[in-house]
Write a protein that binds this ligand. Structure first.
Ligand code: AQP
Length: 333
């Protein structure tokens, strides 16, 4: 039976990339009545420094973001990673299955550690093994993510295959990455070659789910573009990353294909297209922003939702860890 798992780090403001590449996709799975498990991956977040009070707030805000985007904590399981010990327990086993060389090839590691690898946390290096544990501790079959997570999901498969081979079992499934939609890689509004991300120091590069209507409109107006009007066919976007990004964002928000957007808006100047995009973004995002701030007024209720989700998640994950420990030969499992 299919089972969906995905996670988001409570490491800063949720942005349009997280919404179009992840949250919006998650809701589609839930609506198809496929068992879905969604996690605020706080243990991943601390692979780089997080102020404790900020981590707490970001976790609650992320939970509010999930619910405001349409995730129903009754139909889906919604919880934070550290509340279910099975993630860390299985991650250790996977640290012993994965090879140093596999980890060294990860582009996220190379990007985030930068030149100063000696000073990066060991957790940042081991990040993909924890991510494999997040997924496989539920025997999840489908993992909806943005394009940037493709390499980590391939590594998850490699870990599952090596575990099954080493211990001569057929225990962990080979998970399918699901990278779908018009906006699987939303780019920075200021630089079409960089992805929109929580950790970009400039707030003008991203649209946050907490931004108000004026801020959204202003960021779109100031988004970098070239001087040409929109082309009349998709090929015309080939070497125009900033224009393509705005078309993809429009398509993602409107639930259209990029081709449809070009059919409707081809030939327009950005002075015409940007205000339409801003109106669309405000119309789609402001109900989410409002619902998030409503939910954030009752943090105790959010904590209750997370605790209940953790209990349900633990009910699935604990027996899978137990079985893993038995396979490995650990006494008392
Ligand atoms: N720009 C994006 N476009 C489409 N999908 C995206 N995702 C992230 N950025 C984009 C998807 O959102 C989910 C959660 O990812 P994350 O928690 O790792 O968030 P992040 O924004 O990538 O956080 P960082 O760590 O602030 O970004 P970097 O590492 O770039 O500095 C995932 O499904 C992801 O694919």
């Amino acid at each position: 039976t299919p089972r969906v798992f995905s996670g988001i780090q409570p490491s800063g403001n949720l942005h349009l990339g997280n919404y179009l590449g992840a949250l919006k996709r998650f809701v589609e799975w839930q609506e198809r009545d496929i068992e879905s498990i969604f996690c605020m991956v706080d243990m991943h977040a601390i692979t780089v420094w997080q102020e404790p009070a900020d981590l707490t707030k970001a976790t609650r805000e992320l939970c509010a973001g999930f619910i405001a985007s349409g995730i129903d904590p009754e139909r889906s399981i919604l919880f934070n990673q550290s509340a279910v010990p099975a993630h860390a327990q299985l991650a250790w086993i996977f640290n012993c299955v994965a090879r140093m060389g596999w980890m060294q090839r990860m582009t996220q590691w190379k990007d985030k550690a930068g030149k100063n690898q000696q000073n990066a946390s060991l957790g940042l290096f081991a990040y993909p093994a924890l991510m494999a544990a997040d997924i496989l501790v539920y025997h999840a079959t489908h993992v909806p993510v943005g394009e940037d997570q493709k390499q980590h999901l391939e590594l998850t498969r490699d870990i599952a295959i090596k575990f099954n081979n080493d211990y001569e079992v057929d225990f962990f499934p080979e998970t399918e990455p699901v990278i779908e939609g018009a906006a699987t890689r939303v780019m920075s509004l200021r630089d079409g070659s960089r992805k929109m991300s929580k950790s970009d120091p400039s707030d003008m590069t991203r649209i946050n789910l907490t931004d108000d209507a004026d801020t959204i409109a202003n960021k779109i107006r100031k988004a970098r573009t070239d001087p040409e009007p929109l082309p009349h066919d998709l090929d015309g976007l080939e070497d125009r990353p900033e224009a393509r990004n705005l078309v993809n964002i429009y398509a993602g928000l409107a639930d259209h294909s990029p081709a449809q957007v070009i059919r409707e808006h081809g030939g327009q100047q950005f002075s015409t297209f940007k205000p339409s995009l801003a109106d669309l973004a405000v119309a789609k995002l402001s109900p989410i922003t409002e619902e998030m701030s409503r939910l954030m007024r009752d943090p105790a209720e959010i904590d209750r939702i997370l605790a209940r989700g953790a209990e349900r998640a633990n009910g699935i994950a604990a027996p899978i860890v137990k079985r893993t420990y038995e396979v490995v030969g650990m006494v008392g499992a």
